[in-house]
Design a protein around this ligand. Sequence first.
Ligand code: AMP
Length: 397
Amino acid sequence: MNTVDNINFAGKRALIRVDFNLPLDKQTLSITDDSRMSATIPTINKILADGGSCVLMSHLGRPKEGREDKYSLVHVVGHLAELTKTMVHFAQDCIGEDAVRLANNLKPGEILLLENLRFYNEEEKGDIAFSEKLSKLGDVYVNDAFGTAHRAHASTAVIAEFFPNDRCFGYVMAAEVANADKIMKDTQRPFTAITGGAKVSDKLLIIENLINVADNIIIGGGMAYTFMKAQGGQIGNSLCEDDRLELTLQLIEKARAKGVQLLLPVDSVCADSFSNEANNQTLPSNQIPAGWMGLDIGPEATAAYKKVILESKTILWNGPMGVFEMSKFENGTKQVAEAVAEATANGAFSLIGGGDSAAAVHKFGYEEKVSYVSTGGGALLEYFEGKRLPGIAAIMG
Ligand code: AMP
């Protein structure tokens, strides 16, 4: 694997695709979790220590049409300067004269952060002319954004064509691939995959693929209720994707046929509104009356999940077990995090898929007690599907 370690960056401008798609507080726009930024600091430091300079590009959020201030990367400049202890220049546009001038004037040891790539829809379209404009801003292309490696966007894949001999992975990418491979290629059994979160549609394909490799699949979070309803359960006002009912039944059947244990939450902590102040009660997950919704796995489900996790030697976790952001519905996620940490202490290899599961592990203080916390949710799971990720393929050539 060609990484920054194979290149001497002295006098060179590294154009680095980073993942600064950080969660920001809606009101203050301050960073609420800097994991993806701090993960990439070693890559930046290596380049600066060589005597190179860094031009950083990223997306932030999902701007719809053009510029939107709440998605400006200017909000993360100060924190980047703190983490790198370096002055950070900011280009108010990711392409154009100003960006070119700032990139050309960059001195060794300096950093330039470009404005949000997704202010141009050419980014997600993988537009070649846009990629070429970006490519003018650096001498070597470095991809360290695992979180977007599954997208064939301009800055994550297409741009690599303009650096046929000068492209490599950053340390985040290298570590992500090495850790994912540990699960895929060096699987110690039993292998338990834990999936949760809000939307089943995002995870159906992944679950389908995990059925081919895992021994146990634990399902929690809002997505569990589509499974419940598909089996004839009453789920009240819980989250449900009615157009996926048939597919969830097929998954249950496929797991059965393959001898994979698919665990659904027997009980749920239910609330009469989506609020931490709501009334709540524990109910069987398939007997939730109208007006009530399941917002966390219940105590029985939690105990069953913990038992399976503690017996596992390989654990992959993506997606919270409930609305862990609210204290009344955090218990399932917290207990699962604790069990993953305990299994890890007993010798299991545990990989936490990015996004909300990473935020949960961080919130409950188990970050240092699991084997690896990935910076990429979707990318990691697509890697587990056996897909060749465009961001990886583009560097490999
Ligand atoms: P995802 O992005 O699909 O992984 O979903 C993560 C989000 O799912 C988190 O913000 C959780 O609050 C939310 N979530 C988890 N369980 C539930 C649930 N039972 N009902 C509603 N939202 C949930």
